[in-house]
Design a protein around this ligand. Sequence first.
Ligand code: NAP
Ligand code: GLV
Length: 319
Amino acid sequence: MSRAAARRRARRAILYIGRADRGEAWARITRAEAPDLEVRVFPDIGEPEEIAYLAAWTIPPGLIARLPNLRAVFSVGAGVDQLDVAAIPPALPLTRMIEPGLVSDIAGYAAMAALMLQRRIPDYLEQARSGTWHPLPAPPTAETPAGVLGLGVLGQAAAGALSRFGFPVLGWSRTPRQIPGIACCAGVDGLDTLLARSRILICLLPLTRETRGILNGTVFARLPRGAGLVNLGRGGHLEEADLLAALDSGQLSAAVLDVFETEPLPPTHPFWTHPRIIVTPHIGAVTTNEGGIAALLANIRRFECGERPEGEIDRARGY
Ligand code: NAP
Ligand code: GLV
């Protein structure tokens, strides 16, 4: 090994781009747990040739070209669409985040949102504005089938949480799956089966060419009248005008939305004031400091041992 190569091997830096507090925590934990690696927090790159790994939510244009020894890119989130995958050279492996904090957060949010819709919380929020005390009938969870779009790491966690609260759960994936307690369906025909029964529809799909705009008027029309919607995937999954039309017509009764085409949601956006829409600021699941760096370091170890990192993206599939 040349001296330069040996020096590079000894100083393998991870360039982190994202929330500063997480970067500082990841740098501190890495110093203690993996002293052969070093986390640098963007924009403090140091010597660009020492950067072997990039861990980012989004990547500034032109940055990758300045990192001659970059070996792999890691998304700090479960999704990768926000990274502009097309701008990452195909030779660089790209991996998404899989860590226990994301899983438990999503399970909790999905259960919370489904229960809010089943217990008619949007009606009570409206009543509260006029000081109205008026209990409403609500079918039990056992009579409220919930359909989960996406049966990956997070979709399965959501499905499990919904089952534990007694919702009959249907799930949809691209390839057929068998999951105990979940009525699984796949492909275009499978989607119709799920939609026909789902009183609550929860999106936990990755944003790809195939899934962009999937939450649209045609799909809403196939749901039972008065169904509720939860979007935990990405804003690009939802046709916003179609949602407003479906709420106005009563085809949908309410929506709980965590992700938006434009984030932050602009102050004048109609979703903010719509009486049937609950907005949260993309907090459905947030990568934790401890779980996130443990998953990242474990994946770098796998990569350096010649194993496949967990959550490696198949670029042809888009997720
Ligand atoms: P994942 O493990 O890759 O699972 C993706 C699932 O979607 C798989 O079941 C896959 O089917 C299915 N799928 C993909 N394309 C499809 C298609 N065209 N038709 C039908 N099913 C399709 O992903 P994950 O970790 O569960 O994360 C899912 C998404 O959640 C992320 O990409 C991100 O957008 C979103 N997310 C949001 C938040 C938030 O805070 N709101 C937090 C984390 C993640 P197969 O099983 O056949 O592969
Ligand atoms: C958050 O949206 C994520 O992809 O982790």
